[in-house]
Design a protein around this ligand. Structure first.
Ligand SMILES: C[S@@+](CC[C@H](N)C(=O)[O-])C[C@H]1O[C@@H](n2cnc3c(N)ncnc32)[C@H](O)[C@@H]1O
Length: 444
């Protein structure tokens, strides 16, 4: 459930800052890019409110259409959406603020900003009308699937087709806050020692998988013991499975030639290096993101060769020596990590999936010849859409007769964990939505 942190900043200021972010998401900007631009004192509160709005935006938009006959100017619309979303509550919970406080602060916010001042009367009238008739307006809005599930219609239909037994739980789960999982750097410490340090710091946690701990509640990284010294990293439970799957059946600590083809910001690169003494090449096409690989490795006391390159353009970066193992954590829709990035559903277009599928196939086909006979390529996406997981792998297997499937979880649904098999022994709530396939190259 989303909790909104107490803040000393007046609510009207937070509402304006949130509405500005909401307006930019409506224009196509991601919150990962937008939130760092928010004034530092306002940032934590704005993030919490903006996340809340994203999780109720379908309903807020439907209500706005019912309340305002003609779409208002974008800044006014964003403030209305923000306030209407904050007036909603998940089942069994109360909205984050008392209704009358929120409405009067929204009107204050409208008056305090030039682009919305002219419409303060409209904001006041709409919100008061909503408060008076909320039950009837909500019932009317709920006839719209986007309002009912707070996801775009195409996304709902795709989940219905891809997960006919689970789509409702997936949509509901996408509006819950994600748990915080840490990965303990086994080169610096071990899970029992780190759990004791967390307990000393007043942070409850339980072991998670091989190297992880699941915190009872999210914490700031600055409050994590010895974070700056590289004793742990924040990494979701599903993401931590990449190293398990790639190194499965191999002796830990052996010198190996590894490629992490889409590596930034380096979470999985670091985990692999914490696990084995590999000669690892980490590639990413995005120079700015690639800088973060080196920064993360430095904090953790690890090293790899880091290069900025299009992994599929092998002629430009490959030295001709085969890799023993390749991790392809491919660019994808991020439909599995909507709990952590609640704006993603509103930013994606259905047409993006075709483009992403072609990039995923291009990367798979380009990297496969670089793998030594007997080697392993792990294909991963943080998506729950079949076209980016199972369908992509089935098509790949049809194109490459020297590839076989090895042990891997396949699709992992957020909050549920792998549906079957060997990787299914961990607490469920620590998992984001993911897809993993292990592709083994025959010796012949
Ligand atoms: C899912 S993220 C990788 C996350 C990373 N593996 C981790 O665990 O921290 C996908 C990455 O692929 C990169 N990327 C996209 N297309 C690429 C390409 N053609 N070649 C190399 N990297 C690419 C993106 O810049 C992005 O950093």
């Amino acid at each position: 459930m989303t909790t909104v942190p107490a803040s000393s900043v007046p609510l009207s200021r937070l509402l304006l800052a949130t509405a500005a972010c909401v307006a930019d998401v409506a224009r196509g900007q991601s919150l990962s890019e937008r939130l760092p631009q928010v004034e530092a004192a306002l940032r934590p509160g704005t993030q919490a409110l903006t996340f809340y709005v994203m999780r109720h935006w379908g309903m807020a938009r439907a209500l706005e259409r019912l309340l305002v006959p003609k779409a208002p100017a974008p800044p006014v619309r964003a403030l209305l959406h923000t306030t209407l979303a904050l007036l909603q509550a998940p089942a069994g919970a109360a909205p984050p603020y008392p209704v009358h406080t929120l409405v009067s602060q929204a009107v204050e916010a409208a008056k305090a900003s030039k682009p919305t001042r002219f419409a303060a009367g409209l904001v006041n009238a709409c919100l008061r009308r909503y408060v008076q008739h909320s039950a009837a307006l909500q019932a009317q809005a709920l006839q719209d699937d986007e309002a009912r599930w707070n996801h775009p219609g195409w996304w709902i239909r795709r989940l219905q087709a891809d997960h006919p037994q689970r789509w409702e739980r997936l949509l509901e789960g996408a509006n819950l806050a994600a748990p915080m999982v840490l990965r303990v750097n086994r080169r610096r410490t071990d899970v029992p020692t780190y759990l004791a340090l967390l307990a000393d710091a007043g942070l409850g946690a339980q072991p998670w998988g091989r190297d992880g701990v699941l915190l009872d509640k999210p914490a700031r990284v600055d409050d994590l013991p010895r974070f700056a010294d590289g004793w742990c990293s924040v990494q979701d439970g599903s993401a931590q499975l990449a190293a398990d799957i790639l190194l499965h059946g191999r002796t830990d600590g052996s010198e190996r030639r590894l490629l992490d083809a889409c590596a930034a910001p380096g979470g999985k690169t670091a985990h692999l290096l914490e696990r084995c003494d590999a000669d690892l090449l980490a590639l990413d096409v995005d120079a700015r993101r690639a800088e973060r690989i080196a920064q993360n490795l430095q904090r953790l006391g690890l090293s790899a060769r880091v290069s900025v390159a299009d992994a599929a353009d092998t002629a430009r970066w490959w030295d001709g020596r085969p890799f023993d193992a390749i991790l392809l954590d491919a660019p994808c829709s991020a439909s599995g990590i909507v709990r952590r990035h609640p704006d993603v559903r509103w930013l994606r277009r259905e047409s993006d999936l075709e483009q992403l599928a072609s990039t995923q196939a291009r990367l798979l086909d380009a990297l496969w010849p670089l793998l030594a006979p007997g080697g392993v390529l792990v294909y991963a996406t943080c998506s729950v859409f079949v076209c980016e997981g199972e369908a992509a792998v089935q098509a790949f297997l049809r194109r490459h007769s020297n590839a076989q499937r090895g042990v891997a979880p396949g699709v992992i649904l957020p909050g549920e964990g792998p549906l079957s098999g060997e990787f299914n022994d961990n607490p469920r709530s620590g998992y984001d939505g993911f897809f993993y396939a292990r592709l083994e190259k025959s010796h012949a």
